[in-house]
Each structure stands twice: as C-alpha cells, then as structure tokens.
Design a protein around this ligand. Structure first.
Ligand code: RP5
Ligand code: MG
Ligand code: MG
Length: 281
C-alpha cells in the first residue's frame, strides 16, 4: 500500500478543522505512538444522516454494521484485503491521518468510487498524432473535470451507490459530470446514455484500491476502481460534446504529462494509462 500524503493535509476540506500533524515515519499503525490523539470530526452534513451515510456507530445502541463483507446493499469489503477494527470501528489500512470519525465521508471503512478515464491521442489539424518534443512519444489527452469542492482538475469519478455495479457507476458519473445528463430532457438523456454505453463497452481496468483522498480519516477512506476507455482511432469520443454538470464546474480534454496536478491520487492512475498505451508521461 502507498504512503498517503493528501489524507494528512493539515486543513480538512470544506472546514476550518485542522488535523493532528502526522510525520511520515508515524503513519504506519505498527509504529508505536502512545500519545497519538487525532482530532475528532464528522461534518454536520454527514451527522444530519442523509441516505448515503451510515449511522453514528460511536453512539451507544446504534445498529452494528457488517464490516469486511457485503452488508445488505452496501459493499464494506476493501480491495486491499481485510481491514482491522478497533472497538468495532474500522481502521484506515494505509495508516494514521491525524483525524478520527468520518469527516465528509458517509461510510465507516471503505467508501467505494468509480473513475472513468476516457482518453484519445492529441492530434494536429491534419489528424497526425502529436509527439512530445523531449520523449518523442505521442501525447495522450483525457477528459477531465474541475471539481466544485476543491477547484482541482480530476477524473470525472464518483461514489458507487448502494446496490449499484461499478460498471454502472462509471457510466453514470461520466454522464453526470462530463455530459451534464442530470439537466437533460428525457430524449437527450437517452441519447447521451446510449453514446456513453457504446464508448464504455471496452474498458480496461488500470487500478483498484486505496485513494489518497483529502477527505480520508483514520476510520473512513476512499477506494476506487479506475477504468480506461481509450479511443485509439479518435472516432468515437470525437463526436461527444462535453458539458460540465453536477459536482463539476468545468470539463475539458487535458494533455497528459507528469507535470499535471490533479485531485487525490488521480495523476498516478493516469500514469498507469500512459504505460498501458505507450504514451508520453
Ligand atoms: C476520489 O473521489 C475518487 O477517485 C473519485 O474520483 C472521487 C469520488 O468522490 P466524489 O467525486 O463523489 O466526491 O477519491
Ligand atoms: Mg458525481
Ligand atoms: Mg465526482
């Protein structure tokens, strides 16, 4: 597993709450730190108990949740194996974050997401692939959204709903964030769904596991499955008109390279895609 850094960023997103600073060498739970006393935080939004949030298991008498298993419609299994629980509360498998409880996350333990990475080759006006001047390798582009919450560019991913398949979440989130399907009329919406379904027929999984997300805590964390949909000939995605929607403020084709600054660990997922298709990084 990776060493998380964004999950230790001092100021917790959408709040003025500061995490307890955790030095690199104190991240692993196996390193003893008896006086470790993380800041407690659960956002008001999560405390209000929206449908996607778990009950507060710290409260006496709250129903118990089936961790490390499929719990009704909710998948509480981790992609990286069984996680430990301390006093009935899941413990982040990547180590300390300086914050306990759930912060902005709804679920205790893993919060499952899906990340669709839609790519094409950068081409010049005559349709020829553009090569990077230094590496000599063709430059890849991916459909990127700017997140409303942090303002950072990101993959148009989102949470897997209870009972939803990851393959479905990939299409739904792409439609919502990059094609604004939520504000389309019925007919247009059907057309978008069809186009997305077509494009998403041939995906290649590039990653499944932990995400170094700034919302993670000691007791709640993001995990994702990232899938690449590559339009090698530049024929299928080219027809798409992109419109930002839902929690995306903007959408665009983004040139891929190691200098990119993206949300959470998204640039590492994109790097995996460049390896797969032989693109410049
Ligand atoms: C990241 O948060 C995942 O990689 C995914 O892109 C995203 C899901 O959360 P929301 O976009 O729904 O906030 O950890
Ligand atoms: Mg979304
Ligand atoms: Mg999203």
């Amino acid at each position: 597993t990776m060493i998380h850094t964004k999950a230790r960023h001092t100021i917790y997103p959408n709040s003025t709450v500061g995490r307890l600073p955790v030095p690199d060498d104190k991240v692993p739970w196996k390193v003893e730190w008896p006086e470790y006393s993380p800041v407690k935080y659960t956002s008001d939004h999560v405390k209000a108990g929206p449908v996607w949030a778990d009950p507060d298991i710290m409260q006496k008498g709250s129903p118990s949740l089936n961790f490390n298993s499929k719990d009704g419609k909710v998948n509480r299994r981790s992609y990286i194996g069984d996680y430990g629980c301390v006093d009935g509360v899941p413990r982040n498998p990547c180590g300390r974050t300086g914050m306990m409880e759930r912060g902005l996350l709804g679920k205790w333990g893993p919060n499952h997401a899906a990340d669709p990475i839609v790519t094409r080759w950068k081409r010049d006006s005559s349709g020829k692939k553009v090569l990077h001047p230094t590496s000599g390798k063709p430059i890849l582009q991916f459909i990127s959204i700017r997140r409303k919450d942090s303002g950072e560019w990101a993959i148009p991913g989102g949470m897997v709903d209870a009972g939803e398949k990851v393959s479905q979440a990939l299409k739904r989130e792409f439609g919502e964030e990059a094609m604004n399907s939520l504000s389309l009329q019925d007919k247009e919406c059907k057309a978008v769904e069809k186009a997305v379904a077509n494009l998403f027929k041939h995906g290649v999984e590039v990653y499944r596991g932990y995400v170094d997300d700034p919302r993670n805590t000691d007791n709640a964390w993001m995990e994702t499955m990232a899938v690449n949909f590559h339009d090698d000939q530049g024929t299928s995605v080219a027809k798409f008109s992109l419109h930002a929607g839902d929690d995306a403020a903007a959408v665009q084709w983004h040139d891929v390279g190691s200098e990119m600054k993206l949300y959470a660990s998204h640039s590492s997922f994109i790097e995996m895609v460049t390896k797969r298709v032989g693109a410049h990084w």
